[in-house]
Design a protein around this ligand. Structure first.
Ligand SMILES: *Cc1c(COP(=O)(O)O)cnc(C)c1O
Length: 429
């Protein structure tokens, strides 16, 4: 947008002007697989990246483009690529900058699916992931080798909600000529704009708070446009790319496109040839959700803070982790970064361990027992037996996942109804 609007306004208007051909106010859903070329020259220019435009919905789609532009503006980045899931957004980001023989250094407190991707799938493709305890940024510095292509973190880590010192880790990445990839799903750009603290690539699972209604699966990658791919550490950007007729992404692109080399390579190499494209219908759902992101998030964080404080005082609760709690190990650090609240997830340990957790989850009303976060409705889960069950007992222990841990994703219902449901559920457990 030419005018610089504030976050709440971008959430409603970013990336969209009323459709010029129909004057529709809402973003139309362009349900089409392909787009008609003006002539053969136009077709050749599109394929040669000499002109930007729609070819095929696996690559770009006008509905998805509004979503991409809106998230780009909300994150303060240069370009975004929406894909079929947060999971594919993570995978495509990694393989855009790393190949067999390369390494990534990652925080060890990760979303369960990401952990398995990094621990099993990437190594099988020849990309080694060195996991470090993210609480000390120096652990990243120590794990970097000449083969390291990126550092990887989550803003608020799964499963115990440790906040991470983004700026310190970004500085370490940049001192080593490599980018920092940040999974910002648990904060969304409303609570934290990671690019302002040095993130080079930001990933959001649209499935969670951005969409906000549990109605679809999607992910988005935002390129800050600031990383220098010419630094010599990334041959996938400085050497001729056999995936794209010998283009050297860091060198050959026209000046206007050079800053978004990463986003372009995501789109034209993995997205184009591996194909985890988002459907325009889902892009539309996520746009609807984003319109109310600031309102919903404000309620999510307000309710979560109250739930954390309620649990902290509850006799059946052994411990609570929420970055917004005074005295939480993450509180001081998180307070430096988060001024609008500390996210929508609260985790706690229930006295009586696994047995009590089962009684609580099976008995509680209002909360839905399911594997998701970020729905407008309140959710409950026992990660050790579900989302993180692929991890070995040692891996679970090292990421802080204990058998008594219950995860709550706090919705935007009336706080009294949420607290009454928890009180009743805990009294049975
Ligand atoms: C859900 C989630 C993902 C994966 O996103 P999907 O859209 O479910 O594929 C990745 N990271 C975090 C932190 C998540 O919460």
């Amino acid at each position: 947008m030419s005018q610089k609007y504030r976050f709440e306004t971008i959430a409603l208007h970013g990336g969209q002007a009323p459709d010029p051909s129909t004057t529709a106010r809402a973003v139309p859903v362009y349900r089409t697989a392909s787009f008609v070329f003006k002539n053969t020259q136009h077709a050749a220019d599109l394929f040669g990246l000499r002109a930007l435009g729609n070819i095929y919905t696996r690559l770009t789609n006008p509905t998805t483009e509004v979503l991409e532009q809106r998230v780009t503006e909300l994150e303060g980045g240069a370009a975004s690529v929406a894909v079929a899931s947060g999971t594919s957004a993570i995978f495509y980001s990694i393989i855009t900058l790393a190949q067999a023989g390369d390494e990534i250094v990652s925080a060890n407190n990760l979303y369960g699916g990401t952990y398995t991707q990094f621990d099993s799938i990437l190594p099988a493709l020849g990309i080694k992931v060195n996991f470090v305890d993210q609480k000390d940024p120096q652990n990243f510095a120590k794990a970097i080798t000449p083969k390291t292509k990126a550092l990887y973190i989550e803003t608020i880590g799964n499963p115990v909600l440790d906040f991470v010192d983004i700026k310190a880790i970004a500085d370490i990445a940049h001192a080593n000529g490599i980018p920092l990839i940040v999974d910002a799903t648990f904060t969304t750009p409303y609570l934290l704009r990671s690019i302002e603290y040095g993130a080079d690539i930001v990933i959001n699972s649209l499935t969670k708070w951005l969409g906000g209604h549990g109605t679809g699966i999607g992910g988005i990658i935002t390129d800050s446009g600031k990383f220098n791919w010419k630094g010599g550490k990334h041959p996938l950007f400085s050497e001729p790319d056999s995936n794209y007729h010998g283009l050297r992404w860091a060198i050959d692109l026209p000046e206007a496109l050079a800053p978004i080399a990463f986003a372009l390579r995501v789109r034209t190499v993995p997205l184009r040839n591996l194909g985890a494209a988002i459907s325009p219908d889902n892009s539309w759902q996520f746009l609807q959700g984003i319109e109310t992101l600031p309102l919903r998030l404000a309620r999510h964080v307000e309710n979560s803070q109250k739930v954390a404080e309620f649990l902290k005082k509850h006799p059946k609760v052994a411990w609570v982790r929420y970055p917004g709690l005074k005295g939480d190990p993450s509180h001081a650090l998180a307070s430096k970064y988060l001024s609008k609240g500390f996210g929508g997830v609260v985790v706690f340990g229930i006295k009586g361990g696994y047995e009590s957790a089962v009684k609580l989850i099976d008995g509680i009303t209002l909360f839905s027992h399911l594997a998701n976060v970020g729905d407008a409705k309140s959710l409950i889960l026992h990660p050790a037996s579900t989302s993180h069950s692929q991890l070995s007992p040692e891996q679970q222990a090292s990421s802080g996942l204990t058998p008594d841990l219950v995860r709550l994703s706090i919705g935007i219902e009336h706080i009294d109804d949420i607290l009454e449901a928890l009180e009743a559920g805990l009294s049975q457990a």
